[in-house]
Design a protein around this ligand. Structure first.
Ligand SMILES: [Zn+2]
Length: 272
């Protein structure tokens, strides 16, 4: 039972951290833990993106690149209107990476968005592309990267607290607890959180694309195409699938959020 003490300590440390670092996600109001400074977070994003651009082949010109930048800018401007504070550190950049087998896109803190050429046939049209970009921009605005980093910081702190507290015990007991601990964190904390973030990016993204004047109903068509594609490919892309909500859940959620998104879309259209 003595083993409980480090856990109590960890819980207290976590509670203190949460009390001092808890904010809410703009647009959904979900409380989130952020232990990282937004400027620092953005700098880490810039660095990582720089490195990716150095290492991976990029499409530098042509109609596809122009379209990606145009759609990206249009959504970023709509988001800036709505969240001026949250975009303070963003230096928007939309880069097309050349990899026809990679059906993927990503976003890094600081407004760096990457789309792989393999994603383009599935996006099919501008509104499809807008769905992907808006989802990625939502990850940036909701600071999902910083949130993940904060979570792993807590996990790190918790791990070292445990390791120190168990220093005098036998190696076996130590290993067992450490194993149980990392398993517990992986299954109990990190994985569901990530699905929450993905649903949140869908939700916010739907609103962003609508506000930028793209028909939000195209988001459902896009995720259906994406789902069909993944079914055809089997489980060749397990990583992306595992971290993304199940297609049926995702589409049902988008349908529920559609009436509000359609209102935002009509308002945006009447302003244009
Ligand atoms: Zn995502």
């Amino acid at each position: 039972m003595r083993i409980l003490r480090p856990f109590m300590f960890l819980l207290t440390a976590a509670a203190v951290a949460i009390l001092t670092a808890c904010t809410t996600v703009p647009g959904t109001g979900r409380p989130q833990l952020l232990l990282i400074d937004p400027a620092q977070e953005a700098r880490m994003g810039f660095q990582a993106f720089q490195e990716m651009k150095r290492k991976e082949p990029i499409v530098k010109q042509g109609a596809q690149v122009k379209r990606l930048r145009r759609v990206g800018k249009r959504i970023a401007s709509a988001v800036e209107l709505r969240h001026p504070k949250e975009v303070r550190h963003a230096k928007w950049e939309f880069v097309l990476f050349r990899d026809p087998n990679n059906v993927n896109a990503f976003a890094l803190p600081g407004g760096k968005v990457g789309v792989y050429t393999g994603m383009l046939p599935i996006t099919k049209n501008e509104a499809g592309l807008a769905t992907v970009i808006a989802h990625e921009i939502a990850h940036v605005i909701a600071r999902h990267g910083g949130e993940r980093m904060s979570q792993s910081k807590l996990v790190e702190v918790g791990g070292s607290v445990l390791s120190g507290a168990l220093g005098g015990k036998s190696q076996t007991a130590h290993d067992l607890v450490m194993q149980a601990y990392s398993l517990g964190t992986r299954v109990g904390v990190l994985l569901p959180y990530s699905r929450t973030q993905e649903s949140e990016a869908d939700h916010l993204g739907l609103s962003y694309m609508a506000r930028a004047g793209y028909d939000p109903q195209e988001a459902i068509a896009f995720w259906q195409r994406f789902s069909r594609h993944n079914r055809k490919r089997g489980d060749k892309q397990p990583e992306f699938l595992r971290t993304h909500p199940l297609d049926r859940t995702r589409i049902a959620q988008l349908r529920r959020q559609m009436p509000k998104a359609l209102q935002e879309y009509r308002r945006a259209k009447s302003r244009r």
